[in-house]
Design a binder for this molecule. Sequence first.
Ligand code: UDP
Ligand code: MG
Length: 136
Amino acid sequence: MSKIQQTLSIIKPDAVERNLSEEIKNEFKNNNFDILKEKKVKISKSEAEKFYQVHQSKPFYNDLCEYLSSGPIVVMVLEKNDAILENRKLMGATDPIKAEEGTLRKKYGISIDKNSVHGSDSLDNAKIEIDFFFKD
Ligand code: UDP
Ligand code: MG
């Protein structure tokens, strides 16, 4: 059975820089996601390191954190039935070259690192990530 969920979405610096934020937000709306919360922020490298701490042992960790903190990002709480999985499907594979036709990363992604969007990968991580950006 499907159930209503919230997930964290980020429009990454490469897409914000290319003025794709409105177009990508419309993709979410057209796919029946409600944008419950939204803000444009620029995070520090240490905040990016905290956000991506699950990846701290990966070879790409440092570059990833440099990148996420390199320019403004748009963070959103998206709501839909099965929002976490539905957003991952809409985003497509991490590497835009491998992403399916019609997915956001296929349409907008430049490379595996500059892949335009982030989406939470589980219910637990969605809660952690939403709190990270929106806990008052
Ligand atoms: N990433 C990268 N090189 C890699 C794998 C991942 O730069 O070889 C970056 C990419 O921006 C990706 C992020 O690290 O979106 C987090 O990786 P993850 O495996 O969690 O991919 P995602 O969940 O974003 O699809
Ligand atoms: Mg991930």
